[in-house]
Structure formats: C-alpha cells, structure tokens
Write a protein that binds this ligand. Structure first.
Ligand code: COA
Length: 362
C-alpha cells in the first residue's frame, strides 16, 4: 500500500504529462510555455476536448457555443437565495451547478464550462449587495468573466492575464480533483456529477485552496525585511508555507513562471500593486532559502498557487474566490478526463488492506 497513492499509476491519458523531475508540463503534445504564449482559453479547451465527443471541436465553434451557454446558465442565478450567497463562493457555485441536468454529451460539457464562469461573478456581486451582470455572448470567456465581475469592459492586459491563467491551469495530470472526476466518470454517472466531485476535491487547502492563504501570508509578513524571521517562526509553529511544495514537482513548478510572466504586462501598465509584487519576490527568495535549510532532504520549491494569488488579486477577485476561479479553468480538464475515462477505462474499484479487529471466536 502506498500512502496517498504516491507514484501509483492509475490511468493512461493522452491529455497531459507532468514531469516532476524536469519541471515540465505537456498538454496534449504542447509544452505549457508555448501554450500560454500562443493559445487562448478557447483554443486550449478545443485542444483538450477534441476527439472525446461526437463531433470535431474547433476554438471558433467553442467560443460561439460558450457565449450562448453563458446566457442560458445565467437563468439559474435567480436560484441564489441569501443562504447560498452566505456560503463560501466556491460552495455556492457548486450548489448552483448541482441544479444542472446530468449527461455525457457535448451540450452538457458546454453548459458546465459556462456554468462556473457565470455563477462565480454573480455570487460575488450579490454578496456585495450588487446586481449580477448578464453575460455578453460576443465576448471571449475571459473577457466576459471580468465584465460580469466588475460591470465594466476589462483592459486588454487584464483579459490576457486571465486567459493565461485559465490556460495554465487547464489540466495537470492525475491530481486529486481530476482523479475524483475520473472515479465518478468510471461509474457512468455523468459529467455534472464528475465536475461536482472534482470541485469538492479542489477546495481543500492542500489542493486548490492555497492561493487565498498565500495572500494572507504576504499580508502577515508585511515587509521584505521581516520575511526571514516571519517564515522561520511559521515553520517553528509547524505550519506549512503556502504556495510551496508539490507532490510531483521536485523542482520549480513550470506554471509558477507562466503566471509570473503573465503578470508582467499587467505590472508594466500599472495594474499590479508594485509593493506587493516586490514583497512576493522577496518572500519567495526567503522561503526557498529557509526551506532548503530546514528540509534538506525534501526539495520544496514554488508551486502554481504562489503567483496565482498575485494575478487573481490584481484582477480584483476577492481572495476567498480564488478557488472558484481555479475551478473555472480546470473544468475543461475534468471534463476531458471524465470523457477519456468513460470511453476507454473500466470501473475504478481499488482494494484496501483491512487492519481492524477480527471477529471473536464463538
Ligand atoms: N512548507 C513547509 N514544509 C513543507 C511544505 C510547505 N509548503 N510542503 C511540504 N513540506 C514538508 C512536510 O512538512 C514534510 O516534512 P517532514 O517529512 O519533515 O514531516 C515533507 O515536506 C513532505 O511533506 P508531505 O506532506 O509528505 O508532501 P506532500 O507531497 O503530501 O504534499 C503539498 C504536497 C502540496 C500538499 C504540500 O507541499 C503542502 O502542503 N504545500 C502547501 C500548500 C500548497 O501550496 N498547496 C497547493 C499545491 S499546488
């Protein structure tokens, strides 16, 4: 038995490959750095989904269908009552997704891709006492998310930054939420059920729930001069440094640099708080040094969540909504894996080793 199934191979996939020693991520034959530089969210989604449904999928077709689907799912926003709006945003989004019908077809997939993109901004606006903004089907998914969040047209740099984020996190091997999605798909329960299970797995702080705490940590550190002392005291208390360490990567997570790169045009146009960016770089350097010193046998480097925190903060998402934005981007990976599992895999049913008491002899 391998605790946490570490290094256990549980699926064959043509979707993505995570090389933890080389620090390399390949998404359907394209390395992440090339994908982020050249592909939009819609192109990346088409790349991941093509071949898993009963029709060829192109980015242009996907963009048009997503626009219509966003308008269709917006009707469900009316179901948000005070009790749902009071929940953490990712939980409220999950509750609304649970209202959608379940199926394995392309239409279900498109609705699910649109759902969290529409529900999250609506939940956030209602929570602030504002009216939800209806989607604009002619915009790209990234531009529309920001428009629904802020009720104004986003800048090209903001759209490019969110697009880069959604591409960067679109798929990542057999992580916990993707595995959850495949387990559900293996029972043929349907894509909506797969996505609901995956969101539930994603929200934990050891998986997708870390970027909010990264900002909390930066706030608590306060200044570059304080970084070393603060981080040392956090480790003394037995805490983990959020945004560092990974189950697979033993070197720097390539997604961290993709996101740091995506932040640069925003920073150059004055749309990132320069103080926070500088502080983050200082904390990163101090954390790497102290982790190397305190955990010499365990290589611990920056993971995707560290620069996610800065990027989503610069785009004006509140920190408790970061996991929800992660879900918007990862839904395409969950759906592609669910379809791959349903089409090619068997029912997932591992065994356990019983270590409990045996029945007493009569
Ligand atoms: N800060 C401090 N120590 C850390 C650490 C971190 N961020 N991540 C791992 N470690 C230490 C553990 O304390 C443990 O030390 P020990 O052997 O002396 O007890 C050792 O490294 C191995 O940790 P383990 O929990 O077995 O690693 P894992 O592969 O199960 O964990 C994470 C991977 C991501 C859950 C873990 O690195 C973590 O909790 N990171 C912080 C949360 C985070 O950023 N999550 C987002 C992931 S993308």
């Amino acid at each position: 038995m391998k605790n946490g199934l570490e290094d256990v191979v549980a699926a064959e996939t043509q979707l993505s490959d995570v090389d933890g020693d080389a620090g390399r991520l390949i998404i359907r034959g394209v390395s992440l750095d090339r994908l982020v530089e050249h592909a939009t969210y819609e192109q990346t989604a088409a790349l991941l989904l093509d071949g898993f449904f009963d029709r060829p999928i192109t980015a242009a077709d996907l963009q048009a269908r997503l626009g219509k689907a966003r308008v269709e799912v917006f009707a469900h926003v009316a179901a948000l009552d005070d009790a749902l709006v009071a929940l953490p945003p990712t939980d409220a989004v999950r509750a609304l997704i649970a209202r959608l019908f379940d199926g394995e077809d392309f239409d279900t997939a498109i609705l699910l891709l649109a759902a969290s993109a529409v529900f999250l901004p609506a939940v956030l606006r209602l929570r602030d006492g504002k009216t939800p903004v209806a989607p604009n089907p002619s915009l790209s998914q990234s531009a529309d998310i920001l428009a629904m969040l802020t009720a104004s047209l986003p800048s090209p740099e903001q759209v490019a930054a969110l697009d880069a984020y959604l591409v960067t996190i679109s798929d990542h091997g057999l992580n916990a939420s993707t595995f959850a999605s495949r387990v559900i798909a293996s029972t043929k329960a349907g894509l909506t059920s797969s996505v609901l299970a995956a969101i539930s797995a994603l929200k934990g702080p050891l998986h997708g729930g870390a970027p909010g705490p990264v900002l909390d940590m930066l706030d608590a550190v306060g200044s570059a001069e304080n970084a070393q002392v603060w981080l040392g005291q956090a480790l003394d208390r037995g805490e983990r440094l959020m945004g560092f360490g990974h189950r697979v990567y033993r070197v720097r997570d390539p997604r961290a640099d993709a996101l740091k790169g995506a932040l640069k045009p925003l920073a150059a146009s004055g749309q990132v708080d320069p103080g926070r960016f500088g502080l983050a770089e200082a904390v990163e350097q101090a954390a790497l040094a102290i982790l190397k010193q305190r955990k010499p046998d365990r290589p611990l480097d920056v993971n995707v969540e560290f620069y996610t925190a800065l990027l989503l903060d610069a785009l004006k998402f509140p920190r408790d909504a970061f996991t929800g934005v992660f879900a918007i981007g990862r839904t395409v990976g969950w759906i592609a894996h669910a379809r791959e599992q349903a089409l090619e895999g068997r029912l997932i049913r591992p065994r356990s080793v019983y270590v409990g008491p045996m029945p007493q002899a009569a």
